[in-house]
Design a protein around this ligand. Structure first.
Ligand code: AMP
Ligand code: ZN
Length: 133
């Protein structure tokens, strides 16, 4: 097995607060939640980054995304239509990829963050960009 924290969680060698599991995917709570709801969805097989995914991974990636509305609805984060026609609720999905994407754990994972207004996760380190220009 890869010397990988999330592979160890998938193999039950490291504990995690699991939310959902099937043969292909595992969902568990982020240990340092950025909001009241913060899940990580991972494939059970080791794929380091989204940058490593190819056409063969299309089904798995689609099933990761398709899981999101089920998970969020179960935790009160679905988008709701208010009586005045405005929308409330919602969540953010995020896949950090590689050093520039802020990835810290090199096993593909999708963050699902909700339960409050989420701001700032897309912030780019503009100082670094200006230096490159
Ligand atoms: P990323 O920066 O996208 O690689 O995010 C990695 C995420 O994994 C961070 O939000 C961490 O809080 C989370 N994390 C690290 N170790 C654990 C763990 N043992 N159980 C659950 N989440 C973890
Ligand atoms: Zn892994």
């Amino acid at each position: 097995m890869e010397d990988c924290l999330f592979c160890k969680i998938a193999a039950n060698l490291v504990p995690a607060d699991k939310v959902f599991e099937n043969d292909e995917l595992l969902v568990f709570k982020d240990i340092y939640p950025a909001a009241p709801v913060h899940f990580l969805i991972i494939p059970k097989v080791h794929i380091s980054t989204l940058s490593d995914c190819r056409g063969r991974d299309t089904g798995m990636l689609g099933r990761m995304l398709a899981l999101v509305p089920l998970l969020t609805a179960g935790h009160g984060c679905e988008v709701k239509m208010e009586v005045d026609g405005s929308r409330s609720g919602g969540f953010k999905t995020l896949i950090n990829t590689g050093p520039d994407g802020g990835q810290e754990i090199y096993h593909l994972h999708m963050h699902v963050i909700g339960g409050g207004r989420i701001r700032g996760a897309m912030k780019v380190e503009t100082a670094a960009l200006q230096q490159q220009a």
